[in-house]
Write a protein of this length. Structure first.
Length: 317
């Protein structure tokens, strides 16, 4: 029986390497949803680099970077059942990744059901590290309910539960650039931030290999950091002092409300950050390295790659 916890690389080092034969045999087809997003885009790039054919289910074909690379495209989205049916036709494995939405659980579950009825044999869902039977916050609760729905279907599944995305720090790039600081309501809570592209690489690996059936992979970066540590690493890489300001939940909500118009999403994000502040993401695993054979991206390397976004403005002449 699915309990929400099993399948996490038993004893890590004891897990046998899966069958690494890529699914290039005739008739096999992988479907990527979210192929223009940060995880799906990385999965697409990895599959292309391995010569694995796939189909992309996207809302806007103009935003798909690999449209000329022989990739099949189906234009549509989760809210359009007819386009979902077209997307899953003839597919053997599919990646489910969707941005936060009030109807996310319903839409993902409907997608999974349509996929199962169409004969899809394996669903890979990008979930949340906080997804659990006792989840109360809206976002991880939705993820867990969708996991349960998928586990009840007559197919194979793999659930990817990532920690905090490094890319979230890019939302504070303007603040770091202008005033050399960023504010979050996370106190001294630790996370083991992960580059979303590493999650995409894991997704591509799981989609294109045997041996990942009925597994839950908890994905993190290589180190636990609180956000004072994050500021310290940014200071070292950017060669100037960066400060992390411990924001109150009330101040965070007020600022966030200027950018998020949906009351549901505002509540959901504030609720989630409250759980992170309480330590919900204070976990570091070796799962990414175990699966990919290479270490996940360190935060300092991520900052160095995006240093231009965080750099101070050039002085006015």
């Amino acid at each position: 029986m699915y309990d929400g916890h099993r399948g996490c690389l038993p004893n890590d080092t004891e897990r046998a390497r899966p069958d690494t034969r890529l699914m290039t045999q005739e008739g096999a087809m992988i479907l990527l949803t979210g192929a223009t997003g940060r995880v799906g885009k990385a999965a697409a790039a990895e599959l292309l680099s391995q010569g694995v054919p796939f189909r992309a289910f996207i809302r806007d074909a103009d935003k798909f970077e690999h449209a000329g690379d022989g990739v099949e495209l189906v234009v549509g989205d989760f809210t359009d059942p007819d386009s979902v049916a077209r997307a899953v036709k003839g597919v053997t494995r599919a990646l489910i990744v969707m941005g936060n939405h009030p109807d996310q659980a319903m839409l993902e579950q409907r997608f999974a059901t349509v996929a199962a009825e169409a004969g899809v044999a394996h669903l890979v869902k990008v979930s949340s590290m906080e997804a659990a039977p006792d989840a109360t916050a809206a976002l991880p609760k939705n993820h867990f309910e969708t996991e349960q729905h998928i586990a009840g279907l007559n197919l194979n599944w793999t659930f990817l539960r990532p920690n905090y995305y490094m890319q979230n720090m890019l939302m504070y790039a303007a603040s770091v650039s202008r005033i050399s600081s960023f504010a979050l309501p996370l106190g001294r809570a630790n996370t083991a931030m992960i580059d979303a592209r590493d999650v995409g690489r894991v997704a591509a690996r799981v989609l294109s290999e045997e041996g990942h059936e009925q597994q839950i992979y908890r994905l993190t970066g290589p180190e636990r950091l609180n956000f004072h540590d994050v500021a310290g690493q940014m200071s070292s890489v950017l060669q100037r002092s960066i400060e992390y300001i411990e924001q109150t939940p009330e101040a965070f909500r007020e600022v966030l409300g200027q950018f998020i118009q949906s009351p549901w999403q505002l509540d959901a994000v504030c609720e989630l950050f409250g759980e992170i502040a309480a330590g919900s993401l204070d976990e570091q695993t070796t799962t990414v390295a175990d699966l990919l054979g290479t270490s996940p991206t360190p935060f300092a390397a991520f900052v160095a790659e995006f240093a231009g976004a965080f750099s101070a403005p050039a002085p006015q002449s």
